[in-house]
Design a protein around this ligand. Structure first.
Ligand SMILES: Nc1ncnc2c1ncn2[C@@H]1O[C@H](COP(=O)(O)OP(=O)(O)OP(=O)(O)O)[C@@H](O)[C@H]1O
Ligand SMILES: [Mg+2]
Length: 307
């Protein structure tokens, strides 16, 4: 599968292409070349709503990742993108979008606690990433935080109107939570209206830092830069704020960013926006025409949001 793409687009003759456990947004393949090199291929199905939503930003985020690979101090800390023969970061055909990376050996600690040593390394990677900002030589407008809630109308419309005619399995999961969702949407909108935009420093943020997006060997590698954003640093830090190792992260972070002060309002905004995006993306997927949707996993992901 995809041998032709690898041969004609990347000039890689393959010995083996094997599907492996991927993430939520794309299928993942381990590619072994005849040259003994190994690659990680991500294939995004264009029919999935998430691919359509990311379409433009993916082109920019992959170019920024390539820039970070070549010109930043993060070279050894992050996944490395492989160019196509005509020097592009992304290839697409009618059905899919493709992005190829160097394969990283190690473990993704999905459900495991990471050691303090690895946590420290991750904290330093985040601090280093946040040293980059608008000086990166691309037009970053498309991936600049605007504090919008692009899913607001759709999600509100779904829970107040479309819900009554949605699929039975989805209805069951959501039935007790409709008011909670409406209430959370209103809260998010209220927080958004109060955000004081003056004096916010915009830095390069990964925005999706979790244990599924790292690989650990002797060191730590940060992956999946699909959601890169030029944003307030809380767009990354919210995931750790008020969690058990927050103080550890903060003290390491302040070695690189000594003047950093927590913006509570932004922490709340990102926390709530994340929960609601995750809810909306699962609903959107479950109600879409996408094939091969793993409904059990999607419904479980949704249930998790209400625990
Ligand atoms: N370069 C790589 N080498 C080896 N394995 C990788 C590489 N990049 C990612 N992986 C593995 O594949 C998994 C999925 O990758 P990734 O997070 O990029 O996909 P995704 O579909 O965007 O994920 P999600 O949307 O769930 O965050 C990772 O959790 C990791 O285990
Ligand atoms: Mg991921």
């Amino acid at each position: 599968m995809y041998e032709d793409v690898l041969r004609y687009v990347y000039n890689i003759d393959t010995y083996k292409v094997q599907q492996i456990q991927g993430g939520w947004s794309a299928c993942a393949y381990k590619v072994q070349g005849n040259d003994k090199k190994e690659y990680f291929l991500k294939v995004y199905d264009k029919i999935r709503p998430s691919t359509q939503n990311m379409y433009t930003s993916l082109h920019i985020s992959s170019r920024v990742l390539r820039w970070l690979n070549s010109y930043s101090s993060l070279t050894n800390d992050i996944v490395e993108l492989i160019n196509t023969l005509d020097n592009q970061c992304i290839y697409e055909d009618e059905k899919n979008i493709y992005i190829l990376y160097k394969y990283i050996h190690g473990k993704t600690p999905r459900d495991e606690k990471i050691s303090n040593t690895h946590f420290n390394i991750l904290s330093n990677i985040i601090a280093k990433l946040h040293t980059y900002g608008s000086e990166i030589p691309f037009d970053l407008t498309v991936i600049t935080e605007d504090f919008n809630i692009p899913f607001y109308d759709n999600l509100l419309n779904f829970v107040t109107k479309e819900y009554s005619s949605c699929s039975k399995d989805l209805k069951e999961v959501l039935s007790e939570h409709l008011n909670t969702i409406i209430h959370q949407l209103q809260r998010l909108m209220a927080i958004q209206k109060n955000i004081v935009k003056e004096n916010i420093d915009y830095r390069l943020c990964h925005t999706d830092i979790h244990k599924g997006n790292i690989i650990i060997d002797d060191s730590v590698h940060l992956l999946d830069f699909d959601n890169l954003l030029l944003a307030p640093v809380e767009a990354d830090l919210f995931a750790f704020y008020q969690q058990p190792r927050w103080e550890r992260l903060l003290s390491l972070y302040k070695k690189t960013h000594p003047h950093y002060k927590v913006n509570e309002q932004l922490m709340k905004f990102y926390n709530l926006r994340r929960v609601l995006i995750d809810i909306w993306e699962e609903i959107e997927l479950l109600e879409s025409d996408a094939h091969n949707v793993d409904r059990i996993t999607s419904l479980n992901n949704l249930r998790q949001q209400f625990i």
